[in-house]
Design a protein around this ligand. Structure first.
Ligand code: ATP
Ligand code: MG
Length: 299
């Protein structure tokens, strides 16, 4: 498990402005290189991940059995930061029946005819489940902020698009997440923090390796040109929406193995904090269990 210090380092504090550039994109660099002692290093990561995924699987079973709490994990990142692979790896050990993944793409015309939180509602996890949002309503304060033409498509009355527009959206998001957490949905938000150099490397790999060609999209390169604008939009969203009830974690994303372990750890330890136990049968249930046992024994 990550130490409290490590967790605090990754968590965006509330009520204190952070700068993204103060957060490491490389876990290795932030910890003094691969030789550093007592920190997660690559050689040990596989072992730690295996153990953590086992714990996550057990935690998820309890979540499912209790059928009361739900967990919503939101993933946001620049292209090629590894959202897909992290979701694949971290969820690999859990029971697919207790897990739902939804990827948010460009909004449809039906989506655009509603308010920006509308389309998320039906993909929220049911009680007892872990819900993963691959992108989310945060796109509405990220890409939409960087490319205001999207805002035009949302058909919001112009008199409502004043100076406080973005702050209003952050407030709406905070209130929405407050609503979720007040009703038993734990909200965790992960920003996979990738360096611009590492993104270039990963794009190059997609171009050079035939097996990875399918992953390359020209549109991703077009968005790279807006790197600074995106970093600014992320920084401002993280500052405005990391709350006590729904914190943001900035996860170094330059080494995929580190990203996986960190996310799996935070997810697992958050569920562990609920101290769930297998539900105890009621006296009536106990009686019917006993009757069933006797019946089977007689067969
Ligand atoms: P992949 O790894 O498969 O490329 P992806 O998440 O990048 O996954 P894409 O279909 O390539 O999926 O891209 C989805 C696009 O939809 C992103 O550019 C994202 O910014 C955009 N998008 C998501 N939500 C919104 C929104 N509310 N308004 C405008 N654009 C959005
Ligand atoms: Mg894409």
């Amino acid at each position: 498990m990550l130490s409290k210090d490590d967790l605090d380092r990754l968590r965006v504090p509330t009520g204190k402005r952070i700068r993204l550039k103060d957060y490491a994109t490389s876990w290795v660099q932030a910890n003094g290189g691969l030789d550093a002692h007592k920190v997660l290093v690559k050689e040990g990561a596989q072992e730690v991940l295996k153990r953590t995924l086992q714990e996550l699987s057990e935690a998820q079973q309890l979540l499912f059995a209790n059928d009361s709490w739900a967990v919503l994990a939101i993933f946001q990142a620049m292209d090629a930061a590894g959202k897909d692979s992290i979701i694949k790896h971290v969820m690999s050990g859990v029971n697919p029946q207790g897990c739902q993944v939804y990827s948010f793409k460009r909004p449809s015309s039906e989506d655009l005819s509603h308010t920006f939180l509308w389309r998320s509602q039906k993909w929220l996890p049911e009680r007892g489940r872990i819900g993963i949002f691959n992108r989310s309503y945060y796109e509405d304060v990220l890409i939409v902020k960087v490319h205001p033409e999207w805002l035009g498509l949302q058909k919001i009355p112009s008199e409502l698009c004043g100076k406080t527009f973005w702050q209003d959206r952050y407030d709406d998001i905070n209130a929405f997440e407050r609503h979720l957490t007040r009703n038993g949905v734990i909200v965790l938000k992960f920003f996979l923090h990738l360096s611009k150099d590492e993104q270039k490397k990963r794009f190059m790999e997609r171009l050079e390796k035939p097996s990875k060609n399918w992953k390359f999209e020209a549109a991703d390169l077009a968005e790279r040109a807006y790197w600074d604008e995106y970093q600014e939009a992320y920084e401002s969203a993280l500052n405005a929406t990391s709350t006590d009830w729904a914190p943001w974690y900035v996860i170094p994303a330059d080494q995929k193995w580190a990203t996986r372990v960190l996310v799996a750890d935070i997810l697992t330890s958050t569920i562990a904090k609920l101290k769930l136990r297998a539900p105890e049968p009621t006296p009536a249930q106990r009686k019917s269990l006993e009757e069933a046992r006797k019946k089977l024994e007689k067969e």
